[in-house]
Design a protein around this ligand. Sequence first.
Ligand SMILES: [Zn+2]
Length: 200
Amino acid sequence: MRPGHKRAKSSLGEQPALRAPKSDSSQADSSSRVTLREALEKAYDRQLKALVVHARQRAETPIEQRTPTQEWARENPVVRDTVQLSSWVYPEQDLIENRITRAKLMIMACDTANVPFEVSDFLRNSMLKPRKGAPIQPDVRRTAILALEEKRSDVKFSWRRFALKHCPCEKAEHDALCSEAIRKAARDLQALIRRLEIQY
Ligand SMILES: [Zn+2]
């Protein structure tokens, strides 16, 4: 048995508020060392802000010249990236049972920022829609964030060793499947980090 291995389930009552876009977060602070989590939160603020700008531009386009919302969202990676990033910043809210809450928070943030209804409605729907493939569990997401942090400062980093120490699963012995799951999640996150040029 591994004492203290099993994590307490976080209380659902404590949903972090969806962050409102801040005016001073246009650049990541690369001069001081930030944790990856902080960098992701900052990037999420920037994404939301960018999303609002895109949505407003669209709203100002005459209706007859506007592309349908779905097409608009497909052509704007900012929509996809915002939704993806939110699942790393708020992993709990990505669970099916919490998606409704997350979608509501998104609507609230959009309303505050005067995002046109059809756009916020589209975002809400895309958050509620089931994703392809098995969802990454919140614990695995958090562990993948930690893995990238450790990898950054440890030249001898080993996924297997990291999994033995940090894998959040319930198995008594962590095996290659554990390290693969963490590595795969970390790879997804790394791709997003590169795409959004997140510095940490
Ligand atoms: Zn495991």
